[in-house]
Design a protein. Structure first.
Length: 305
């Protein structure tokens, strides 16, 4: 079981793409999953550039229906078919995402070579949208100009780690090892009960990743993501342009840092920068006046936590 997860930034700039600045998209690799989060224009090219295998992507999470967060989706869907994909693909996003995709497939007389599923969202409260035996994904309601959600990816507690030396010293049969790793005690031939705590080590602490883009400053986010391993929070503006946050539905670097501080997260990743700025270090410097562990997203950058 891996004790780390990685976030690959495919794009992290606001609004229109530039020659070397891609709109929002990123890949989270956690517990053998490869989750694609948002899908701005140029995502499939960035996936290739970052050598991420298309076939491993089975879930795509769209935060909201602004073009810089989903205009790359049809290209990804189409290329998957060109590659003769057969594995199902599920797309999560606001109500309307299904209509947008199916209309384009209809009018271009196209089809997918694989099952295409949709989970449309409309709740303004946190909602569990995905769960298996390793990971849960819960929406993070945001406050933007249109309906928007972030996503909170949380690892589940894994199996306990077998203390092989203790088990061998007590001559416990290997047939019991799985039961032990699942938390069970063992009864020896003489009737002695050996508690699980003497036969195992604690599993790695579950990690979590909170993705929040786009949103105004919303303190309620901090309540939901307490102690997260890492938080990606949009920081479209510097403090000098805070007056633009309300009409556009965005945040400053300092406001993102305030959420990180209130939530007591371990790491903050800033992104979704307005292209009006030339020096990204200014975002980091402003955020660090509030929160110490600040990282700057940039296209092609990979974070491991």
């Amino acid at each position: 079981m891996s004790s780390t997860f990685t976030v690959s930034i495919l794009g992290c700039y606001a609004a229109a793409p530039g020659a070397f600045k891609n709109p929002t998209s990123q890949v989270l690799e956690m517990r053998n999953h490869v989750f694609l989060i948002d899908c701005g224009e140029g995502t499939q090219v960035a996936l290739r550039r970052n050598k991420i295998k298309f076939v491993r992507i089975k879930h795509i999470f769209i935060s909201h229906l602004h073009g810089d967060h989903f205009f790359g989706l049809m290209g990804v869907i189409s290329t998957f078919s060109l590659l003769k994909r057969t594995a199902p693909l599920t797309i999560y996003g606001p109500v309307g995402i299904k209509e947008i995709v199916l209309l384009q497939l209809k009018l271009t007389q196209s089809f997918t070579s694989y099952p295409l599923h949709f989970k449309e969202l409309s709740s303004k409260e946190p909602e569990l949208v995905y769960e298996d035996d390793a990971v849960t994904v819960i929406t993070i309601p945001l406050q933007h100009r249109i309906y928007a959600n972030g996503y909170y990816f949380q690892e589940k507690v894994g199996q306990r780690k077998l203390n092989i030396n203790a088990a061998l010293n007590l001559e416990i049969d290997k047939a019991y090892f799985n039961k032990i790793k699942q938390g069970g005690d063992v009864t020896l031939d003489d009737g002695t009960i050996v508690p699980n705590s003497e036969l195992t080590f604690d599993p790695p602490k579950p990690k979590s990743y909170a993705y929040c883009s786009d949103t105004k400053y919303k303190p309620a986010i901090a309540d939901q993501i307490q102690k997260a391993t890492a938080l990606y929070h949009e920081s479209t503006f510097l403090e000098s342009h805070e007056h633009l946050c309300k009409p556009t539905g965005h945040s400053t670097a300092k406001q993102a840092a305030s959420i990180a501080k209130q939530a007591e997260v371990e790491n903050l990743i800033l992104g979704h920068y307005s292209t009006r700025y030339n020096d990204l270090n200014e975002f980091k410097e402003e955020a660090e006046t509030i929160f110490p562990d600040v990282h700057l997203a940039d296209d092609g950058k990979v974070f491991t936590f």
